[in-house]
Design a protein around this ligand. Structure first.
Ligand SMILES: [Zn+2]
Ligand SMILES: [Zn+2]
Length: 367
């Protein structure tokens, strides 16, 4: 509990242990359990954050399934995934000057960076060799009390609640980064395969706010309703049409999209993206399919003939996260989410693993 002492310092009683969703039997048959784990002690340059909310991202499932060509969580001694948390700073490391106890703060996928290389100097710090992933190399936001390097912690602006901020830390900033790097301009057609999903539905809103003309591609009436409500001019239901690409081209002036933002993770979504593009179109790779199950690009004859660009972008940088939160503070980005109480975190993970979640699943640590 927070206590105001003579209006100056806010102090928090920090427990010895806290609740955490931990992976059991990491691999294809994993499951999640909620356990008590020790509350970590901040190093000199860290802050300790007490999270109120964490989003559940498909990357967490990848880490627990271990179906990406990267080392397992257990190699790093980590049992809790999660990288989209929001809460309040409850303790500062001895050298920390830029934060106060009581400040609102968020956890995003990249844990830190070196700040001493060309990538870090050019706003590409998420690609820095010294940029580890939280929830893989460090305990993630499925754990209520988490550490974060003070210099790489994100401030949550006023007017953005924790349930909104959590999912923006990963999905919102990731898709903002992709939209920025696509170079698309106001009035251009932006198509989102996976538009009703966690990342896609935020892309739809940011693209709309940037003045783009947005087409959603997804399956089912719930996703259709969501996409049209969030600003899609048109929706293509892949369960109902013979060729998604043909439909997209028809909608986009008969020429195709200026940019296709593949937030879906299926091989099919990646395979049809080049056919959706007009001349000089951009295929933006965002969704992470299991290793070896998808290919981004096309026959060189098509790539050459249409002057196509294939561009991959990872997660949002410090700046991207700040910008995405700003869209939310201005009321232009509202993540759609379903809240699960902490005890039902395993259920939330199962639900996302099963697919077909409209928007985001968020866990409330206080219920
Ligand atoms: Zn994520
Ligand atoms: Zn660096």
């Amino acid at each position: 509990m927070a206590t105001e002492t003579s209006g100056k310092t806010t102090e928090y009683e920090i427990p010895k242990t806290c609740k955490a969703g931990v992976v059991v039997n990491e691999g294809p048959n994993f499951h999640l359990e909620v356990e008590d784990v020790p509350v970590p002690e901040p190093g000199p340059n860290d802050v300790l954050i007490k999270l109120n909310a964490t989003g559940i991202c498909y990357s967490d499932i990848h880490y627990m399934l271990n179906d990406l060509p990267i080392p397992k969580m257990s190699v790093f001694g980590v049992r809790s995934p999660g990288h989209e948390g929001a809460g309040v700073i409850v303790k500062l490391g001895s050298h920390v000057k830029n934060w106060k106890v009581g400040d609102r703060a968020g956890i995003k996928p990249a844990y830190d960076a070196c700040f001493n290389c060309e990538l870090c100097w050019t706003g590409k710090e998420t690609y820095c060799e010294e940029s580890p992933q939280i929830g893989l190399q460090f305990p993630g936001s499925y754990q209520q009390y988490v550490l974060s390097p003070a210099r790489y912690t994100s401030k949550i602006p006023e007017g953005v609640d924790d349930f909104t901020a959590g999912p923006i830390m990963c999905s919102g900033s990731t898709i903002y980064c992709s939209l920025k790097e696509s170079g698309l301009k106001p009035g251009d057609w932006a198509v989102f395969p996976g538009a009703g999903g966690g990342v896609g539905h935020m892309g739809v809103q940011i693209a709309k706010a940037m003045g783009m003309r947005v087409v959603g591609v997804d399956g089912g009436d719930a996703k259709k309703e969501l996409c049209l409500r969030l600003g899609c001019e048109a929706f293509v239901d892949f369960t109902k049409v013979e060729s998604v690409a043909d439909e997209v081209v028809k909608i986009c002036d008969g020429k195709g999209a200026h940019g296709v933002f593949v937030t879906a993770t299926s091989g099919g979504a990646y395979a049809s993206a080049p056919m959706m593009c007009r001349i000089s179109g951009r295929i933006m790779c965002i969704g992470l399919p299991p290793a070896g199950t998808a290919f981004a690009g096309a026959d060189p004859l098509l790539m050459v003939g249409k002057n196509l660009h294939v561009i991959g972008t990872k997660v949002g940088s410090l700046l991207d996260t700040d910008k995405a939160l700003e869209f939310a503070a201005r009321g232009l980005l509202k993540p759609i989410y379903e809240v699960f109480p902490l005890a039902k975190m395993p259920e939330a993970v199962k639900k996302l693993q099963g697919g077909n979640v409209a928007g985001r699943l968020v866990v409330d640590f206080n219920s």
